[in-house]
Design a protein around this ligand. Structure first.
Ligand code: FEO
Length: 399
């Protein structure tokens, strides 16, 4: 994509990545893609704010070259060192050897660790500014949004917040780069939630602190490093992120996530009956087969919904591994205070439900009931499972 002027003499440049399969080598984005947004400001001095991953580097530098000579860039503001934003840094340093890198002290340590860089650094802290001419950049320390060295950069004359990972989302840009231009904003909102839960939810307290600090800041445009630029309704993505930060402190939305796995269809048979019971109580339910759906897509549902119904057979005396893995990832992301129930089939001896409870106890998930059956599900078991689903639905409504 060619560069886009987002404000006078401020430009979006970046990599619109549709070929990486796993973000951070972990989270699937084959279908959705991701954008890595970088911004160039032309003034008496020229600054580039955040860079890009080391892919499609020819395109990235060609975009910049349309706007300015690379040697003419005075400053590279590094809000965050993670290599999706700094992968091209060595190449940039070769092409613009006099450039000054502007970053926090912790970022400087990491730049040395990742790239061996030690020179041409301008270390900034909370409240520091950098005058480019007509425009002045203000630096806001936002540690752990997403790594400890992270900061955001604010340009007050236009009210633009370059928020890096904060307010970011998965989803390659589809021609439109602004919220008011895109045809399907709900796609970006849902991919922002997935990004939030997958990438920054672990640090939600720090993210919330950063958001609270914006209450007194005149933000007229959110220019993150991933996803849409929010120029018409910047408050929309701020409020979404604020709500998402708060979920573990709330009972969650009155709805359920049903995660399950099944080896020979017996737990699946129970699962369908349990889901019918939930539906009969008017509880919305999202169903995920953990052996087939990546946890990346399941975690947002677990983050936001009140009820977690878990179906898992016993496998070698423990919980069916794909189900256990999703629950462990939920624990790692800090998904807390959920209502849960468990069911499953076993052969010669149980163990799945006992094993699951060991994982969920530290998460303060409240167990409302469990149902284990030996072998295949008969008519009586199916009726039991439907009743089990209904009872769980009623328990969710009572919270
Ligand atoms: Fe987009 Fe934490 O890197």
């Amino acid at each position: 994509m060619p560069a886009v002027e987002i404000k006078p003499d401020m430009y979006w440049v970046g990599v619109n990545d549709r070929t990486t399969d796993l973000f951070e080598g972990l989270w699937p984005i084959s279908r959705e893609g991701v954008s890595i947004n970088s911004y160039l400001i032309r003034d008496e001095k020229t600054a580039i704010i955040d860079l890009a991953k080391a892919i499609k580097t020819d395109d990235f530098f060609a975009q910049i070259a349309e706007l300015t000579s690379l040697r003419a860039i005075d400053y590279a503001v590094i809000n965050h060192v993670e290599p999706d934003h700094t992968g091209v840094l060595r190449i940039l340093m070769e092409m613009a050897p006099d450039i000054t890198i502007v970053c926090t002290k912790k970022a400087a340590d990491l730049l040395e660790a990742y790239y061996g860089l030690r020179e041409n650094m301008m270390i900034v802290g909370e409240g520091d500014t950098l005058c480019l001419g007509k425009r002045t950049l203000h630096f806001v320390m936002t540690p752990f949004v997403h790594w400890p060295e992270t900061m955001m950069t604010y340009e007050p004359s236009e009210g633009v917040l370059f928020s890096c990972d904060g307010f970011g989302g998965f989803g390659a840009l589809q021609g439109a780069i602004f919220d008011d231009q895109c045809e399907d904003q709900s796609f970006y909102e849902s991919e922002s939630l997935r990004y939030f839960v997958n990438i920054v939810a672990k640090f939600r307290i720090s993210v919330r602190k950063a958001i609270d600090r914006l209450d007194d800041v005149d933000v007229r445009m959110i220019a993150p490093s991933h996803g849409l630029i929010w120029r018409k309704h910047p408050e929309r993505i701020i409020e979404l992120y604020r709500d998402w930060c708060n979920y573990p402190d709330t009972p969650g939305d009155l709805a359920a996530t049903l995660i399950y796995g099944s080896m020979y269809g017996n737990t699946e048979t129970l699962m369908n009956a349990v889901a019918q019971g939930l539906a009969a109580e008017d509880i919305g339910v999202e169903i995920f087969d953990c052996a087939r759906v990546h946890a990346s897509y399941i975690l947002p549902s677990l983050w936001t919904r009140r009820g977690v119904m878990i179906g898992a057979p016993t496998y070698e005396g423990t919980v069916f591994p794909p189900v256990g893995e999703v629950v462990r990832e939920a624990a790692m992301k800090g998904i807390k205070h959920r209502q849960m129930a468990m069911f499953g089939s076993y052969g010669w001896g149980g163990g799945a439900l006992r094993d699951l409870q060991k994982i969920t106890d530290p998460m303060k998930w409240i167990l409302t009931g469990s149902l284990a059956i030996k072998g295949g599900a008969n008519r009586e078991n199916i009726t039991q499972a439907e009743t089990f689903g209904r009872e769980f639905g009623r328990a969710l409504k009572a919270v």
